[in-house]
Design a protein around this ligand. Structure first.
Ligand SMILES: [Zn+2]
Length: 399
């Protein structure tokens, strides 16, 4: 059987040239100068819009957002930021929230409409919720097959050693369908770096899955934990399979210490996720990349118990990363863009990603002359194509 070919004509590529993108059976089969097309070819005119690969939402929480539901005012911690207290507030909020599946769908639609077609979401798996949240999100993931590719991380939000039964639950979560095992502040939350990482890496080794650990720990404590994560990654031959999310501590280090740590991360193949949060030290993006570290990004929390911000737009996130990093030149703006596209794909080890012949036809068309302009303007008029099929337009998902 032959499938009908679709040609996306007048596609402006990153180099400014207008090209035809040929798509067959969901894959890009050719990219060549604009020409006329014969019978039996469907033509989609992109009218000179910039065409970029779909965005990689590398860190989000599908189970805990209130987006699309009623507004939940932020409740400050009693005595400065305290992860334990925030987790407690979250439990109270979740008990009163609308059904999880509905909230997850609204958040997914938000992300798809902005052009994110690959995602990694953390989902709570611990003594407080067991596997219930994961079961809900796994079912929602099934509904979205063909719309967005989703990796799920079994995330011990209440700690591993402090939350009875969590080691077994993390293992069971992988059996149920989670793709990665997570962790949370081994030193400052569980107060036992070795014990915490023993569990995380044992599940990873036993199940053959990747690791993505939340690390809010500051300064030298965070640096120590990162060194321990790197050492275990190398010992198990897991280079390229481990990520540290947030890694705020890297932003507290002096230039020499940060460079040394970056070299260790690069050597160990451990990637760093940052969402460039406001009013908080965050990893030195340019320095890390210069040393060869894969830096990727995500929205993290969108209107949840942790903060009221987030819009599910990874192009806007690229702007935030650039803004907070002091990026001005075209090259620097392209760096921000790379973090939400190709570098994200590398960190998530995505197959068939990119605007190249042979890759999946997952791309976004938007009104910008080039990538630096797209990063600073993040225009909302977008056409989003998954496997060559239009799945969203101008902020609305099409079904
Ligand atoms: Zn997170």
């Amino acid at each position: 059987m032959t499938t009908m070919q679709t040609v996306f004509t007048n596609a402006r590529l990153a180099d400014g040239h207008l090209q035809d993108i040929h798509v067959d059976d969901g894959r890009i089969t050719d990219i060549r100068p604009v020409s006329s097309h014969g019978m039996g070819t469907a033509v989609v005119d992109l009218c000179g819009d910039l065409v970029v690969p779909s965005f990689v939402e590398g860190h989000i929480h599908l189970d805990t957002s209130f987006y699309g539901g009623k507004w939940v005012p932020h409740r400050p911690c009693t005595n400065g930021f305290d992860v334990h207290e925030r987790v407690a507030f979250q439990a109270e909020n979740m008990a009163a929230a609308e059904p999880m599946a509905e909230r997850a769908r609204k958040q997914l639609d938000l992300c798809i409409a902005h052009g994110s077609l690959q995602m990694r979401s953390h989902v709570m798996v611990d003594g407080s919720v067991g596997l219930a949240s994961l079961e809900t999100i796994l079912a929602v993931r099934e509904e979205y097959v063909g719309m967005i590719d989703i990796q799920l991380v079994a995330f011990p939000q209440s700690g591993i050693l402090k939350s009875p039964g969590t080691p077994d639950l993390l293992n069971a979560a992988i059996g149920l369908g989670a793709d990665l095992v997570g962790g949370l502040d081994p030193a400052s939350f569980d107060r036992d770096v070795t014990g915490h990482l023993d569990v995380v890496f044992a599940v990873a080794e036993k199940r053959g899955v990747d690791v993505d650990i939340h690390l809010h720990e500051a300064g030298s404590m965070g640096a120590f934990t990162i060194e321990e994560i790197c050492a275990r990654t190398v010992a198990l031959g897991m280079q390229g399979h481990v990520a540290v999310s947030h890694a705020y501590g890297l932003g507290d280090l002096g230039a020499d210490a940060a460079r040394k740590m970056a070299a260790t991360l690069a050597r160990s193949g451990v990637s760093i996720m940052t969402n460039a949060p406001g009013n908080h030290n965050f990893p030195p993006v340019a320095l890390l990349r210069r040393e060869g570290v894969t830096v990727f990004s995500g929205s993290d929390n969108i209107r949840d118990s942790w903060w009221p911000y987030g819009d599910g737009d990874m192009l806007h996130r690229a702007e935030i990363i650039g803004y907070r990093s002091g990026f001005y030149t075209d090259e620097e703006l392209a760096t921000s863009f790379d973090i939400v596209t190709a570098a994200g794909a590398k960190a998530l080890r995505l197959d068939g990603y990119g605007l190249e012949i042979g890759m999946k036809a997952d791309f976004v068309a938007l009104p910008a002359a080039h990538i630096p302009e797209a990063v600073v303007a993040f225009p909302k008029q977008r056409r989003v194509f998954k496997a060559g099929r239009l799945v969203a337009r101008d902020g609305a998902v099409l079904r």
